[in-house]
Design a protein around this ligand. Structure first.
Ligand SMILES: Nc1ncnc2c1ncn2[C@@H]1O[C@H](COP(=O)(O)OP(=O)(O)OP(=O)(O)O)[C@@H](O)[C@H]1O
Ligand SMILES: [Mg+2]
Length: 246
């Protein structure tokens, strides 16, 4: 067994209200300072995995462990201080606030002013648009630029792990490349990333490990490079089969 995971979702069953379970005995492990990518079709439960990990949705059974500590049942607002942040699918900047105000919201759990100032410098370096547009209204930025503001906000607490839900959604190819380069830099800086992506092949090129979700379970998992070479990825996820079999 490899080194202890930084984040582990163990045997998770979860669903919404009285509806049928969405996750049915799912286990995902994120090693320290690694990028783990979840892929799978629409509705497979990828965002639900992240919501369970960040406390937005309580699992019906199973456990969530962060650095070996059981954090199952903690509230979402307790998670940043515990070392876990979540960038939601879609856009969630406050458009009427400045870029800087949006970023500083991410530091509400940081009491130390010097530490906050240090992190501001760190995120400005990592996300140049954040530095350049610090005083602009966030709503005036493009979608890709707003995503950078969200990333910056999520890194203000120096998290051990960041959950990123479809960070490249709606971005042009150049902005998408920027996002993946930044994911790699988060890992270099020691932050693990649990990444959900529709852009499966591109994401697996950046990830260390991949998990293919299907019907609320991990159907296939392993080193990202091996998944990329595995025909079953195409069959399961893209619904494509070799021409000779169709
Ligand atoms: N807030 C909610 N209330 C009720 N059901 C929900 C809710 N959010 C998601 N679901 C259901 O849970 C299932 C999994 O949804 P989820 O958002 O996790 O999928 P996903 O893999 O992230 O899909 P996508 O690729 O479209 O983002 C779907 O059947 C969906 O209808
Ligand atoms: Mg989703």
């Amino acid at each position: 067994m490899a080194s202890e995971p930084l984040l582990e979702l163990r045997d998770i069953e979860a669903g919404y209200g009285r509806a049928a379970l969405v996750l049915r005995g799912l286990t995902v492990r994120v090693p320290p300072a690694s990028v783990v990518c979840l892929v799978g079709p629409n509705g497979a439960g990828k965002s639900t995995v992240l919501k369970v990990a960040s406390g937005m949705l309580a699992p019906r059974s199973g456990r969530i462990l962060l650095e070996g500590t059981d954090i199952t049942g903690r509230r979402p607002q307790q998670m940043p201080a515990a070392g876990l942040t979540h960038v939601l699918q879609g856009h969630s900047v406050f458009p009427e606030m400045t870029v800087g105000e949006n970023v500083l919201l991410g530091a509400y759990a940081v009491r130390d002013k010097a530490r906050t100032a240090e992190r501001v410098e760190f995120v400005k370096d990592l996300f140049p648009v954040v530095a350049q547009r610090w005083d602009a209204l966030a709503g005036a930025l493009s979608g890709g630029q707003q995503k950078q503001v969200e990333f910056a906000r999520s890194l203000m607490v120096s998290p051990r792990v960041v959950l990123l839900d479809e960070p490249s959604m709606g971005l042009d190819p150049k902005a998408t490349e920027t996002v993946f380069a930044q994911v790699a830099r988060m890992r270099e800086a020691g932050t693990a990333v649990l990444l959900v992506e529709q852009n499966a092949r591109r994401a697996l090129q950046t990830a260390d490990l991949g998990c293919v979700l299907d019907l609320g379970r991990v159907h296939l998992s392993g080193p990202a490079a091996e998944l990329l070479a595995d025909d079953r990825l195409g069959e399961l996820y893209l619904g494509t089969r070799r021409a000779s079999t169709s």
